[in-house]
Design a protein around this ligand. Structure first.
Ligand SMILES: [Zn+2]
Length: 264
C-alpha cells in the first residue's frame, strides 16, 4: 500500500528531499487550495498526488465555484512547473449527510456530478492524470456509481487509481470493510481518501494507496517534540514529526513475522 503523506505546506514538495533522510520514499498529498494562489511554483523532489479540495469548497459554498476549465488550467500548471504529479483528484461531490445538507442535493445527484466532472476534465485535458472517484453512502450507492462509470465507458478495473470517497469518517466500520473487500475483489486499485491508523489496520491490505493529514491535527494538540523545542511551539507543520508519524503508522500495519518452523 502506497501511503501519501498529507501536508498543508506545498513547499515540502521541493525541499523535503534535501532535509529529510526518508523523503525519497515519502510521496506527498497536497490540496489544490494550497497551491492555487502561488505565483511561483518549484520543481518537486518527491512524487505527489493532488487533492481537489472539494470538501472545503463544498462546505464553504455548497457547490463547486472553481470551474472545470479553471481547475484543469491549474493542474496543467502543476504538471509543467512542479512535475512528478502522479494523479489528480477530480472535482468530486462527497456524500456525507452534512454535505448533502449543504448542497440540498441527493446522493444520486452528487454521484452524477462527480462522474460528469471526470468526463469533462478528461475532455478538456485528456493527457492529465485524472482519476475516477466512487461516491456514495450506502454500499448499494457505490455499486450503482460503479455501474454508471461502466455505462459511461469508464472501465474502473483498468484505471490505475480509483478514489473511494465519503468513507473517511467511518473507515474502520464493518460496512466499509466489506465494501472495500468487494471492490478490491472486483479488481479495483482503490485509493482511500483520509485513511488513518484504525481504517488502515482493517483494510490497508486491500487498498492500493491512501493518504492522511491526521498527523498535523495530532501534533497541534500537544507541545513540540523535545528536539523541536527551539524551532516551533507545536509540530503541526513539522516534517520531522510527519515523516516519523508516517513511518510508525506503516510499521504498525506490518504483520509480525510468522513463527519459525524451528521454534519450540
Ligand atoms: Zn517539530
Amino acid at each position: 500500500m502506497r501511503f501519501y503523506l498529507g501536508t498543508h505546506q506545498p513547499d515540502w514538495l521541493h525541499h523535503l528531499n534535501h532535509r529529510w533522510f526518508e523523503a525519497d520514499q515519502v510521496p506527498l498529498f497536497v490540496s489544490h487550495r494550497r497551491l492555487a494562489d502561488r505565483r511561483t511554483l518549484f520543481p518537486a523532489n518527491v512524487p505527489w498526488a493532488l487533492d481537489s479540495g472539494g470538501f472545503t469548497e463544498l462546505s464553504m459554498y455548497g457547490r463547486w465555484v472553481t470551474t472545470p476549465t479553471d481547475y484543469a488550467h491549474h493542474v496543467r500548471r502543476y504538471m509543467d512547473e512542479i512535475g512528478r504529479l502522479e494523479w489528480a483528484a477530480p472535482q468530486d461531490w462527497m456524500c456525507e449527510p452534512v454535505m448533502l445538507a449543504k448542497t440540498g442535493l441527493t446522493v444520486a445527484h452528487h454521484q452524477a456530478r462527480t462522474l460528469d466532472n471526470l468526463l469533462e476534465l478528461r475532455h478538456l485535458a485528456p493527457d492529465l492524470p485524472w482519476v475516477p472517484v466512487l461516491q456514495g453512502w450506502e454500499p448499494d450507492d457505490y455499486r450503482r456509481h460503479a455501474d454508471a462509470y461502466q455505462s459511461a465507458g469508464v472501465d474502473l478495473t483498468t484505471e490505475p487509481v480509483v478514489g473511494l470517497g465519503s468513507v473517511c469518517r467511518r473507515q474502520s466500520t464493518t460496512a466499509v470493510h466489506s465494501l472495500v473487500a468487494e471492490l478490491a475483489a472486483a479488481g479495483l486499485r482503490l485509493h482511500g481518501f483520509g485513511f488513518k491508523t484504525l481504517g488502515l489496520r482493517k483494510v490497508g491490505h486491500l487498498l492500493a494507496s491512501a493518504d492522511s493529514l491526521a498527523w498535523s491535527l495530532n501534533a497541534r494538540r500537544r507541545p513540540a517534540m523535545a528536539e523541536c523545542f527551539d524551532a516551533h511551539e507545536h509540530c503541526g507543520n513539522c516534517p520531522r514529526f510527519a515523516t516519523r508519524w508516517r513511518r510508525q503508522l506503516l510499521d504498525s500495519l506490518t504483520p509480525p513475522p510468522a513463527p519459525s518452523a524451528y521454534a519450540a
